[in-house]
Design a protein around this ligand. Structure first.
Ligand code: 0A1
Ligand code: ZN
Length: 877
């Protein structure tokens, strides 16, 4: 549990970094495991300078015994206060032994050693990133202390038949009184945040994997018995990503075993502990009846993400937590590449850019904005953000784009070689990529050090006489208190020019033909680029593939965007043009304009009729930017109005396509027979959902009848949930029955029940709050389970702007009350949910005042955790 009553603690600063005074060469850890109490004995083999004090981290530990070089220590020789144990008389080579007691079942923060599930049937596990290890034993809990681990677990055999820790197995056996033991040795030195153990009644599936280097690795996935059959998809995904990392990066697995465990009680998505990955069940379990197509993709992506960390994170780790994006940005990027290879490059890019705009841009535009490498923090757990992860990945993508596939691979090889077994920095990363390519990449460091989304302004000019098109690009940083003078960033802009018939033009720059696509790098405040031998004023397609994480400002005529939307051969760029056009169409809806609105609707109606278009891409093209993204364009945000206008926009689209065409398409997408999980079937379901949603806007009775039938006949969760969602959102008479049916049908499946809560938390408008309140008294609701709390409260507060932002402030009040209750149990989850308040300063005055009142009252509460206090103070700023 985080400290309370200490909101004023000084922040930790990057510039204060100092190497550790003491290192731990190796550790022998032994656990006597029990649900109520566990005793941990640690023997630390220390190396360091005897003139410097030995200080070890430890939170809430009950110290039972302490000895130095096998001699029990006098009480005067050590002090334990404020989370630090200080020991006198330590010399280089000393062995410090401590024995402590912890209380797993009482650990509701899910940090350190805790119990997942019930006392009777649950199992024990650990979560150590970022600073959980200090809740387990005394240790220098910082990522630049790398140690060899030998771990011995002891427990009652009947209650804890399975005992696991990271590393290779090194013996097991019986003990008196029905107890048993198992030992694990990890040959790779690691920081303590990568330590893990698991103990309990678990089932497994396993498979042998032969690495490209010819070593056999045992892959084992563990879960509670009732869901072990849902682990096969993850096993296949694991094998795929292991092979991919060998081929794409030359990275092979390096232990004899690789364990993966599923738990329903987890604060985040999953965790890359060395040799023992632990997953939120949401990102591991998959079965056709309860897992949607998107969730299948997420399982594959998260399995890959955690596996890829074995190199980008574990073999090469971070010097300090400011470097978090060194492992996270890079690993997200590797996962995105893998998912693109497994599925579709264009669709994956659409998904990732949409997420960036929905989650990262608002973060970067508000008071919680921070650089990808923050300069300071109070609570590191609050920095597992979209900026560190998603923007961090965009920065790696820019570098990869600059170096090209071969140069990037050369650079990555250099990075892994040079830094293997080290705790590295962002500078080490840029240096390795640069050195391997004889380039200076340090100008890119500026991207890591400044918050805010840069704006890229583009102005084109066509000179018919000179047959020349010039493009003037300029960059504009958002003013930010910390860095008033921002240096210009290198911004790679991938571009193409189209003629009025929608054909890409050959590009001639500085007397050279450069192909149909070029990348120009803007690295000053403003720069002009010239293209020759252009006959007629072209339409520029800028920032192709989203080549830099910026906001593009360009005065496009709607017809130009419509041309790109219908003609660009690249699916992502097409979608991007459509998103920009949709934003203009949205403005038309507000002001009664017609030009952009018609251009958008007509272009899409034309694409709708094109039988050759990939149905999944079409589904994405038919989806305008979400309410959160649209709000980002506003000076003053009225979420109810944005919702209404966006509905109107979609209604126009549906009317332009026509109810008949929509219904006809829906029928054509209906497939009989058993559920298929191939890409074609998934693409069809994606489109079917979108078409049904559009139809519901203009012909509710027909859409509801179709949704009803779809709900009853659905072969899998994608269709079932899509139908349920349409019934619920369109207030169908049958919605209540369908909800009751879903509730009954999936009563024993927590992941499916989460969807049931989430679908209702998304009810638009004023009705949402009452529904959320009544769902809170459902017997299945609990604040103790992070997935459940997120499904109901997280969805309501962060995924339903028109529901949460009620003008009367009742949504804010509800969230604030629940945050206080949640904070007492699990500060990490409370802090995460509180970020829903981000952006309140730009709300229209009535909501803004309501939010301010609620937030100010919340900030006054003395009992807030450091986690929640930091977020609340941050948003109020
Ligand atoms: N490193 C993990 C994310 C993670 C972070 C913190 C955790 O506990 C507080 C758990 C997991 C990843 O990137 O997958
Ligand atoms: Zn990660």
């Amino acid at each position: 549990m985080s400290d309370r009553h200490d909101h004023a603690t000084a922040p930790i600063r990057l510039r204060d970094y100092a190497p550790p005074a003491w290192r731990v060469e190796s550790i022998e850890l032994s656990f006597e495991l029990g649900i109520d109490t566990t005793e941990v004995t640690a023997r630390l083999h220390l190396r360091g300078d005897a003139s410097r004090p030995l200080r070890l981290d430890g939170e809430g530990l009950e110290l039972l015994a302490i000895a130095l070089d096998e001699q029990p220590l006098d009480a005067g020789a050590w002090r334990y206060a404020d989370g630090v144990l200080e020991v006198d008389g330590v010399s280089d080579g000393s062995v410090l032994t401590t024995r402590v007691r912890t209380h797993p079942a009482a650990n509701t923060a899910l940090e350190g050693l805790y119990l997942s599930g019930s006392r009777e049937a649950g199992f024990l596990l650990t979560q150590c990133e970022a600073e959980g290890f200090r809740h387990i034993t005394f240790f220098p809990d910082r990522p630049d202390v790398l140690t060899r681990y030998t771990v011995t677990l002891q427990a009652d055999r009947a209650r804890f038949p399975v005992l696991l820790a990271g590393g290779n197995p090194d013996g097991a056996g019986d003990l008196p009184d029905g107890r048993h033991w198992a030992r694990f040795v990890d040959p790779h030195p690691k920081p303590c945040y990568l330590f893990a153990l698991v103990a309990g009644r678990l089932e497994k599936i396993e498979r042998d994997y032969l690495t490209g280097e010819g070593r056999t690795v045992k892959l084992v996935i563990w879960s509670e018995a009732n869901v072990i059959d849902s682990c096969h998809y993850a096993m296949d995904a694991l094998e795929r990503c292991m092979r991919w990392d060998e081929q794409a990066y030359g990275r092979h697995y390096d232990l004899d075993v690789f364990h993966v465990v599923a738990t329903h009680d987890f604060n985040m998505g999953a965790m890359e502990n060395k040799g023992l990955n632990i997953f939120n069940a949401k990102y591991l379990l998959a079965d056709p009846d309860t897992t949607t197509d998107d969730e299948y993709k997420a399982v594959e992506a998260v399995v890959a993400h955690e596996y890829f960390h074995n190199w980008s994170g574990n073999r090469v780790t971070c010097r300090d937590w400011f470097q978090l994006s060194l492992k996270e940005g890079l690993t997200v990027f590797r996962e995105q590449q893998f998912s693109a290879d497994m599925n579709s490059t264009a669709l994956k890019r659409i998904e990732d850019v949409a997420l960036l705009r929905r989650a990262q841009f608002p973060e970067d535009a508000g008071p919680l904005a921070h650089p990808v490498r923050p300069a300071e923090y109070r609570e590191i757990n609050n920095f597992y953000t979209a900026t560190v992860y998603e923007k961090g990945s965009e920065l790696v993508r820019m570098l990869a784009g600059k170096l090209g596939p071969e140069g990037f691979r050369r650079g990555m090889d250099r990075y892994f070689e040079r830094n293997d077994g080290r705790a590295a920095t962002i500078e080490d990363f840029l240096a390795a990529l640069g050195d391997a390519n004889d380039l200076d990449l340090m100008p890119y460091l500026a991207w890591y050090g400044q918050a805010g989304t840069p704006r890229l302004r583009a102005r084109g000019h066509f000179d018919a006489g000179a047959r020349r098109y010039t493009l003037t690009l300029s960059q504009h940083a958002q003013a930010h208190a910390d860095l008033p003078e921002k240096p210009p960033l290198p911004i790679p802009v991938k571009l193409a020019l189209f003629d009025r018939d929608g054909r890409m033009l050959a590009l001639r720059m500085d007397g050279q033909t450069v192909g149909h696509e070029a990348v120009v790098v803007l690295d000053r405040d403003e720069q002009t680029f010239a293209f020759d031998e252009i006959e007629r004023s072209p339409v520029p397609s800028l920032l192709r593939g989203f080549s830099a994480p910026v906001i593009l400002e360009c005065d496009y005529a709607p017809a130009d965007l419509a041309l790109l939307l219908t003609h660009d051969p690249d699916g992502f760029n097409r979608w991007e043009a459509g998103q920009q056009l949709a934003a203009l169409a949205f403005d038309d809806c507000r002001h009664g304009g017609q030009i952009a609105l018609q251009a958008w609707c007509n272009a899409l109606a034309q694409l709708f009729a094109d039988p050759t278009l990939d149905p999944a891409l079409l589904a994405d093209l038919l989806t305008p930017p979400g309410e959160v993204e649209l709000a980002e364009r506003e000076q003053e945000v009225d979420p109810a109005q944005i919702h209404a206008l966006r509905q109107q926009l979609q209604k126009q689209l549906a009317e332009t396509i026509g109810a008949f065409a929509l219904a006809q398409r829906l029928a054509a997408l209906e497939v009989a027979g058993p559920l298929q999980l191939d890409a074609v079937a998934k693409a069809q379901r994606r489109l079917k959902r979108r078409v049904l949603e559009l139809l519901a806007l203009i012909d509710a009775p027909t859409a509801q009848a179709r949704a009803d039938a779809q709900y009853r006949r659905a072969q899998g969760m994608t269709d079932r949930l899509a139908a349920l969602s349409v019934l619920v959102r369109s207030d169908a008479a049958s919605a209540a029955d369908a909800l009751a049916d879903f509730r009954r049908r999936h009563a024993d499946n927590p992941l499916a029940l989460d969807k049931w809560f989430a679908v209702q938390a998304q009810l638009p408008g004023e009705r949402a709050l009452e529904r959320v309140r009544s769902l809170e008294s459902d017997p299945a609701f609990t604040l103790k389970n992070p997935n459940r709390a997120r499904a109901l409260l997280g969805t309501f507060a962060s995924g339903n702007p028109s529901g949460f932002h009620r003008a009367d402030g009742a949504g804010y009040q509800l969230l604030a009350e629940r945050l206080v209750a949640l904070d007492a149990l699990n500060p990490q989850i409370a802090a995460r949910l509180a970020t829903a308040f981000n952006g309140w300063q730009r709300l229209e005055p009535v909501r803004r005042d309501a939010a301010r009142r609620v937030l100010s009252a919340l900030a006054e509460k003395p009992e807030l955790s450091r986690n929640l206090a930091e977020i609340v103070a941050g948003v109020l700023k």
